[in-house]
Write a protein that binds this ligand. Structure first.
Ligand code: SF4
Length: 443
């Protein structure tokens, strides 16, 4: 027999006595077509789960690695969406639950970018940061008075209220690649002082840099068992003094981590390396000496570089894209992730392309950053797609992606061996037992 679908439909006394059975869902989305398929544990849902009141019994389903059964009994569903390419699936999930009488609340970055459309599939849409705000939302749910919108987009929560993420909701064993556990995600700050052309951070209310108190950062880092992390802050290169202090605090923990850009400064890079910087995601947008030197400085400090390379900008010609790929090989980028310019909602890119009548489709399922959804300035959409495939194929022609990933893994293993934090994993144990890889391919 099915449980009552929503607490709003049962007497108030019972509502106070039993926890809300809340299913938090992270909709499925597609990896880039050229990318090796692996899944990181999502960060938004675990940060959000930490904000839930104690009388909410949360179960998390990441559709990227778990099956979703609509017949399971739940009182309320939360849908957390990070990417535009998740929204149509998120809406479909919501429609099915609502058809069954279950209340659905949406949140996350993509919900904020697609708030109006999402509203038509939701009982409530939560916009902004959740810390300190979920008690009121769930009280409304229990009282049967959910508001259509909870809008905190321009009123961020006090940064000191951001507590340790609730990673216990993850089925951690589902996040591994060839037997090696994936990194854990973590953030030391929110916001970003930059305003890059294709980015929506401005709209999302994140233009001011807000570092978390170091005590809270270290408290959280100390609870993460995994030695390998992805520090997901928008960019660490926000404040030199803050970076120096952060890295000094992190050194004793001996974590190893990848991150978005670090300040281009020898003192900062040196301290970052001591604090365990393993590799960075660095935007590479041209073939200038500035970029060449930037990459060299990371490498000089023993920090790897995964380039994030955006193709299809208005100033890029076909020849520019080909030269850029040659350049990436020449500067010995450790990994490269190519994407196609995508006009996400509430970005200057979209404003410009809409004004110029160059948007080809607003089917959000196509907004995966490996499809051309607009008319490029210097080539046809088909030609840009060919060049995108050319970039992936050419960069990984001599050393396949899995081999370059393996080489990057060797770097972290060497760092861990050096400071005694290395923990052999299943595949690493197998490699040890069966000898070193000698055929140029990872195990
Ligand atoms: S640095 Fe990153 S988060 Fe900040 S504006 Fe640029 S793209 Fe957006």
């Amino acid at each position: 027999m099915m449980r009552p679908r929503c607490r709003a439909s049962v007497p108030a006394i019972a509502e106070e006595e039993s926890p809300v059975k809340f299913r938090l869902i992270y909709p499925k989305w597609s990896k880039l077509s050229g990318q090796t398929e692996f899944h990181l544990p999502p960060h938004g849902p675990v940060v959000f789960a930490a904000t839930l009141p104690p009388d909410v019994d949360v179960e998390f389903i990441d559709e990227n690695v778990q099956a979703l059964d609509f017949d399971d009994s739940v009182d309320c569903v939360g849908i957390s969406m990070m990417l535009t390419s998740q929204v149509k699936r998120g809406w479909a999930i919501a429609d099915e639950y609502r058809r069954r009488g279950v209340k659905v609340i949406f949140g996350g970055i993509a919900t904020q970018l697609h708030a109006e459309e999402t509203q038509t599939h939701a009982d409530a849409v939560f916009l902004g940061e959740a810390e300190g705000r979920m008690e009121a939302v769930f009280a409304d749910l229990r009282a049967g008075k959910l508001k259509p919108t909870y809008d905190y987009l321009n009123t961020p929560a006090p940064i000191e209220t951001v507590g340790p993420a609730r990673r216990s909701i993850l089925k951690r064993e589902l996040y591994n690649y060839k037997g090696v556990p994936m990194v854990d995600l973590f953030h030391a700050s929110r916001g970003c002082r930059f305003n890059c052309y294709p980015c929506a951070v401005n709209y999302l209310g994140g233009r001011s840099f807000r570092p978390r108190p170091f005590a809270r950062v270290i408290e959280e880092l100390s609870t993460i068992e995994n030695n390998r992390l992805f520090v997901v802050d928008n960019s660490l290169a926000q404040s030199k003094e803050w970076e120096l202090d952060l890295f000094r605090e992190m050194i004793p923990l001996k974590k190893k981590w990848c991150c978005h850009p670090i300040e281009d400064d020898d003192q900062v890079l040196d301290l970052a390396a001591q604090a365990g910087a393993w590799y960075v995601y660095q935007a590479v947008f041209d073939t200038s000496d500035f970029i060449r030197d930037r990459i060299k400085r990371y490498h000089d400090h023993g920090i790897g570089v995964e380039g994030t390379i955006l193709l299809g900008l208005d100033e890029q010609t076909e020849d520019d894209i080909k030269s850029l790929v040659d350049f990436l090989l020449e500067v010995e980028l450790d990994l490269a992730e190519f994407t196609i310019l995508t006009p996400f909602p509430h970005t200057r890119t979209r404003d410009d392309l809409v004004r110029e009548g160059r948007i080809v489709t607003s089917d959000w399922d196509q907004y995966t950053a490996d499809k051309v959804v607009y008319k490029p300035r210097h080539m046809t959409p088909d030609r840009l797609l060919e060049l995108y495939n050319y970039a992936w194929d050419t960069f990984y022609k001599d050393e396949p992606q899995t081999y370059k990933m393996y080489k990057l893994m060797q770097k972290v293993v060497a760092k861990e061996m050096a400071d005694g934090t290395f923990v052999p994993r299943r595949s690493e144990l197998a490699r040890k037992r069966f000898g070193r890889v000698t055929d140029g391919k990872p195990g």
